[in-house]
Design a protein around this ligand. Structure first.
Ligand SMILES: [Fe+2]
Length: 372
């Protein structure tokens, strides 16, 4: 274990308010109404395209004010270009800014809502704000409603975006990215497909153990991480991972994991997972789980726990060689994988110290991707 390092995060920001509980979605109307002061005030409702045509869910979101609904594409992870386009679209609705932005869906939709809310009050384009503390002005008031548990997007101070031009996968890390209000309603995760429930839920487990095994620490963040790990293990070691009790527990684990990561950094899993996402377009949560194949050397206990939970739940984690690719990647692809992994300096320093490149040589990184 390295010496404890200072995260530089002196004054941690969490979500201002949250409502928790089955059926809490019905509070949305009164929460939005509180922000509507003038006749032409309006809100924008971003919802995961997964719910397009799902009247049962959409009808539950009763908004009495003027509102515009935009279905968010979730087949690919959001790009900076997509955020720029959405921002233009929202600006075309009115000469005024929306009074409220609502994001309802998985991590992608929540991140899109955060990024657009930031960009509406800050000049330029989304790529200008990828990094740490670059957002200058507070965003439009934003409400997050997760319909999947695990990424912690409802609690974090980032919104992950891929810049297709330079291959950079990096969020707008800013206090202004934190939601003003979230609604945690476990009824919303009832119909999540089993595989997706497992892969996404594991994000909370993974980034919490990365934080606890890292050198950048925060005692409050450590406590959040410990609870997140405990709850995620309770859920995934039980027979009915999607029982009502377990859906509630995983929603709390996700929120706690997100709050933990807002005070520190991830470790080795996320940079490798980002490499898979950037090079092969694989989704974040499934990439994390695939990356776990290469983690025995670095996180032996968690490696064993993870694979035992996948076995208990009978979840098949795809293999890069076989399920995703027919042939072995060529040298150029390995070079891209190396570059898009090693770029994540803070998490890699968190996991291995500032000399991480001495451990993660090109050969070592390729060897690890071969295990995935
Ligand atoms: Fe994650």
């Amino acid at each position: 274990m390295n010496d404890i390092l200072d995260t530089g995060i002196k004054n941690a920001k969490n979500v201002d308010r949250y409502i928790f509980g089955p059926d809490s979605l019905k509070e949305i109307s009164s929460l939005v109404q509180k922000r509507i002061q003038h006749q032409n005030d309006f809100c924008v409702f971003f919802i995961d395209q997964f719910f397009q045509g799902n009247a049962e869910i959409i009808d539950q979101v009763k908004l009495d004010c003027k509102n515009n609904t935009i279905f968010i594409e979730t087949s690919d992870e959001p790009t900076t270009g997509y955020i720029d386009d959405l921002c233009k679209k929202v600006k075309s609705f009115s000469t005024k800014l929306p009074a409220v932005i609502i994001g309802m869906g998985g991590g992608i939709t929540l991140d899109v809502a955060k990024a657009v809310a930031n960009l509406l009050t800050n000049e330029g384009c989304a790529a200008d704000y990828q990094g740490w503390d670059l957002v200058k002005n507070p965003s439009v008031f934003k409400i997050g409603i997760p319909t999947l548990s695990g990424t912690g997007a409802e609690a974090t101070r980032t919104c992950v975006l891929t810049n297709k031009e330079n291959g950079l996968k990096l969020g707008m890390n800013s206090d202004f990215s934190v939601f003003d209000q979230i609604i945690l309603d476990p009824n919303l995760t009832k119909t999540v497909p089993r595989d997706q429930y497992f892969f996404t839920g594991m994000d909370a487990y993974i980034h919490s153990f990365e934080a606890l095994n890292g050198a950048y620490r925060n005692p409050v963040g450590d406590a959040f991480s410990k609870i997140s790990i405990e709850y995620a293990k309770d859920v995934f070691q039980s027979e009915q991972m999607q029982s009502e009790e377990n859906r509630s527990k995983l929603m709390v684990a996700s929120y706690m994991g997100g709050a933990a990561i807002a005070t520190t950094y991830v470790g080795l899993v996320h940079p490798f997972s980002a490499g898979l996402s950037v090079v092969f377009g694989l989704h974040h949560c499934v990439s994390n789980c695939m990356t776990m194949r290469a983690m025995e050397e670095f996180y032996p206990d968690e490696y064993n726990d993870f694979w035992s939970m996948a076995k208990i739940q009978d979840i098949k984690v795809p293999r890069l060689h076989g399920d995703i690719l027919e042939n072995d990647p060529d040298d150029r692809t390995y070079e891209k994988l190396y570059n898009s992994t090693i770029i994540h300096e803070k998490p890699l320093t968190n996991a291995l110290g500032s000399d991480f490149k001495k451990i993660l040589t090109t050969e070592k990184v390729c060897e690890m991707f071969k295990m995935i």
